[in-house]
Write a protein that binds this ligand. Structure first.
Ligand code: ATP
Ligand code: MG
Length: 308
C-alpha cells in the first residue's frame, strides 16, 4: 500500500516539498493555468452544491471567468439549482458522440457548466489515443478560464478523491454537527494520504452564527494538526438561512434571489477571501499537469487504498 500511495503522490505532484503559505495571487498575465478548486465534504447534504454554485456566480460577477464542473450525480445538482436542463454530459464526449464545447451549459454571469457526473469512471477504460484526444480538448478549453470549481458527490469514492487530489486546492465543507465534521475529517485524512501538502480551505455551513463557525473550525483544525499535521485554512462560515431552501424551490441561486440575506453575505465574503488568498504550491520547477490528466491517471490506476 505504501508503494502505491507513494506512486500516486508522485503522479499528482504531492511528493514535492510544497508550501501551504497563503500569499497574494500573482498578476493575471503570469497565470498559465486556471486555478482549480474541488469542493468536497464527506457527509452528504451539507451544502456543497449550493455553496459552489453561488460562489461561482459571486466570482463571475467580479469579472472572473468561471467553469463549474458538476461531478455530483445526486438529484439536487448544479443544473437543478440553476434551473438548467442538460441534454448531454461528459460521457457523450468520452464516447466521441459530442465535442466538449457541445455539452457545456451557460449559467448566469457567463459561468460555464460541464455536466460531468456520468463519465468519470468510464475514463478508467479508455484507449490511450482517446485519452490524448480528451486531455488536449480539455487543455484548450480550460485555458479560457480563471477558475475551475468542481462540485463533487457525497462520500469518499475514487471519483471524489481523484478531483480532490488533482485540484490545486480543496474547499472542505462541514456543518457544526459532529456527524458532519467527523466525516469531513475522514475525507481530509484520505486527501492527506495521497497528497500530504494539499492546501485545504474549510467552510462551515449552516452555522447558527459566526462564532459557532469559528468553534467548529478551530476544533477541526486542532484534530487535523494533532493527528495529521495538516493545517486547515478556515476561509469562511455560511450561516443557516431559510432563503437557501426557498430559492432551491424556485430553482434560482440564493445570491440572486436574496442578495442581502445572511447566506448571500457569507458567499460574498468567501469569494473575496478566495480571491485574496492563493495557495503557494511550489511544483519544484516541474510544469504542472492539467487537472484532467491527473484525474484520468488517478482513476486509471484504480487507486483507492483508503486511509482508514
Ligand atoms: N446555509 C444554509 N441554510 C439553510 N439550508 C441550507 C444551507 N445550505 C444548504 N442548505 C440546505 O441543505 C440541503 C443540501 O444542500 P446541497 O444539496 O447543496 O448539499 P450537498 O452537500 O451538495 O448534498 P449532496 O452531498 O447530496 O450532493 C438543501 O436542501 C439546502 O437547501
Ligand atoms: Mg451536491
Amino acid at each position: 500500500m505504501f508503494d502505491q500511495a507513494q506512486r500516486l503522490r508522485e503522479m499528482v505532484g504531492g511528493s514535492q516539498a510544497t508550501s501551504l503559505a497563503i500569499v497574494p495571487p500573482p498578476p493575471a498575465p503570469l497565470a498559465k493555468h486556471a486555478r482549480t478548486i474541488a469542493v468536497t465534504s464527506g457527509k452528504g447534504g451539507v451544502g456543497k452544491t449550493n455553496i459552489v454554485t453561488n460562489l461561482a456566480i459571486a466570482l463571475g460577477r467580479r469579472g472572473k471567468k468561471v467553469l463549474l464542473v458538476d461531478a455530483d450525480l445526486s438529484l439536487a445538482n448544479v443544473d437543478v439549482v440553476l434551473g438548467l436542463q442538460p441534454r448531454f454530459n461528459l460521457s457523450h464526449v468520452i464516447s466521441g458522440e459530442k465535442r466538449l464545447r457541445e455539452i457545456v451549459l451557460e449559467g448566469p454571469h457567463s459561468i460555464r457548466i460541464i455536466p460531468a457526473a456520468s463519465g468519470i469512471q468510464e475514463m478508467a477504460n479508455l484507449r490511450d489515443e482517446d485519452i490524448k484526444r480528451l486531455i488536449s480538448e480539455f487543455a484548450e478549453f480550460d485555458r479560457e478560464f480563471d477558475l475551475i470549481l468542481i462540485d463533487t458527490a457525497a462520500g469518499i469514492s475514487e471519483s471524489v478523491l481523484s478531483f480532490a487530489v488533482a485540484s490545486q486546492e480543496v474547499l472542505l465543507v462541514t456543518t457544526p454537527e459532529p456527524t458532519s465534521y467527523v466525516d469531513a475529517y475522514q475525507m481530509l485524512k484520505n486527501i492527506h494520504f495521497y497528497s500530504p501538502t494539499q492546501p485545504v480551505h474549510l467552510i462551515v455551513n449552516m452555522a447558527a452564527n459566526q462564532s459557532e463557525g469559528e468553534q467548529t473550525a478551530s476544533f477541526m483544525n486542532e484534530m487535523a494538526n494533532r493527528f495529521l499535521q495538516h493545517s486547515l485554512n478556515h476561509i469562511g462560515t455560511v450561516v443557516r438561512d431559510p432563503d437557501v431552501p426557498a430559492s432551491i424551490r424556485l430553482q434560482r441561486p440564493f445570491l440572486e434571489e436574496s442578495p442581502h440575506g445572511p447566506a448571500a453575505r457569507g458567499i460574498q465574503q468567501l469569494s473575496t477571501r478566495l480571491l485574496n488568498q492563493t495557495s503557494n504550491r511550489e511544483e519544484g520547477g516541474q510544469p504542472e499537469k492539467s487537472l484532467w490528466s491527473k484525474v484520468i491517471q488517478f482513476v486509471r490506476k484504480g487507486a483507492v487504498a483508503h486511509a482508514g
